[in-house]
Design a protein around this ligand. Sequence first.
Ligand SMILES: Cc1cc2nc3c(=O)[nH]c(=O)nc-3n(C[C@H](O)[C@H](O)[C@H](O)COP(=O)(O)O)c2cc1C
Ligand code: SF4
Length: 480
Amino acid sequence: MLKKKHFRYRDIDALRAEIDELGLSIRLEEKIGKLLEPVQIGHKTADNRFGIHPMEGCDGTLDGKPSELTIRRWERFGQGGAKLIWGEATAILDEAKANSRQLIINGNTASSIESMLNLTRDAHRKVFGSNEEVIVGMQLTHSGRYSYRKPLIAFRHPVVDKTTLIDKKKKIPIPDDYPVVSDDYLERMEDIYVDSAKLAWKMGFDFVDLKQCHTYLLSELLTAKTREGKYGGSFENRTRFIRNIIGKIRAEIGDELILATRLNVYDGVAYMEDPETTVGIPRNHPTPYPYGFGVDENNPPEPDMMEPIKLIGMLKEIGIKLVNVSMGSPYFNPHIGRPFERPPIDGYETPEHPLIGVERHIRLTGEIQRAYPELPVVGTGYSWLQRFIVNAGEANIEDGRVSIVAVGRGALAYPDYAKDTMETGEMIRKKVCVAVSYCTALMRAKANPLGQFPTGCVPRDKIYAPIYKDAEKTLVKRKT
Ligand SMILES: Cc1cc2nc3c(=O)[nH]c(=O)nc-3n(C[C@H](O)[C@H](O)[C@H](O)COP(=O)(O)O)c2cc1C
Ligand code: SF4
């Protein structure tokens, strides 16, 4: 079957026409100005409002240090001109990694990560003359349910448990008596988060991100309504972990280290491929549905921003200075987090026009930003817009719907998108991400001696073409 191509706009007016036809609230501004203005983040200033999202390359050494490829990516981000560089997922422990080649933060890896940070800042200074106004952070993660050695789950999820595998090769899901992580385990993790944040601060990172997105451990805890004990049930209990670590980090370090969080404001429900059409369809789920953060319990495909707005207000009160809004799960509903043109080989075709996904990001992020106009809020989900990212971003800043516009895939493809926009007022068509998911496919490719292929942009960055060729042979279509 010939798949429909969604992105086919000759110019900005053609995109506007489709936005209108779909009845979406995305505005595009032609003249770039607001994006070039500085923004205050904690006690620091970023000199423009372009950002780069955390984008891991799954290319660390097995003991969690950066490799040449990792350093190359960070340096390219440094040279790119975005003044907010949100460092990639870095696990607080080996067992917390999402893949065998994720970075880890500990005494053994600290000096190599620190020199990568310094190289990134140097790379920025060489191009822009100064590195004072570029803000770089480390994302601290525990992969929870998606930890690479075994699932470490916060609560039993009647839908997602069926696809949470205890044996990935034989595709065996966790059994009915599989335990959730204990309160003692979570208490231990709190201390490791605090130690990791202290280490990141000593290395010279401007901020740490206490990651609560994409259905990893801290994201799951926000949703753990059915969990028993002090980390589950009430809003107070579900936010205990994040409140505790913020309190402890601030008590030990003070406010020199900026505290940030990338969080899901909407988990959505789980999807699968329709075997006949190959398009994504929601898996059967119960209603009421107490299993998703920011999800309307009585109408689960729909967002409900009540708790996310309450949570962000509370986090702001206790010391979070920067929020990066994200949504969805890369594992069970990838079209929500990253609207795509084509899925990876083992994924489903998009069940909605990708512009609808882009608008969901813009709209829900706008609700957060308007609730807290003084808080620097970073927006996600822009890459599918290709060269019009900056036009939507400019309008959103102007309309008070976001403070910083960051790109994920867009930065793998086009790390200097900010530099070009600063110089010419627009992005260059031939350099943009075309959202065809080769980078995601590479993330899924595990069959090599290190247990993981490195990932990057196959169409735009020539060193990844041969890597993809190698990996492709090992990739198989998923059976849902
Ligand atoms: C290859 C790849 C690596 C990613 N790594 C991370 C990561 O380390 N941490 C994170 O929070 N999100 C990660 N993401 C998600 C992106 O940061 C981003 O949220 C997503 O791609 C949607 O934004 P975009 O439309 O600009 O790409 C990754 C996504 C891809 C495709
Ligand atoms: S492989 Fe490149 S073009 Fe394709 S989605 Fe990833 S970043 Fe975009």
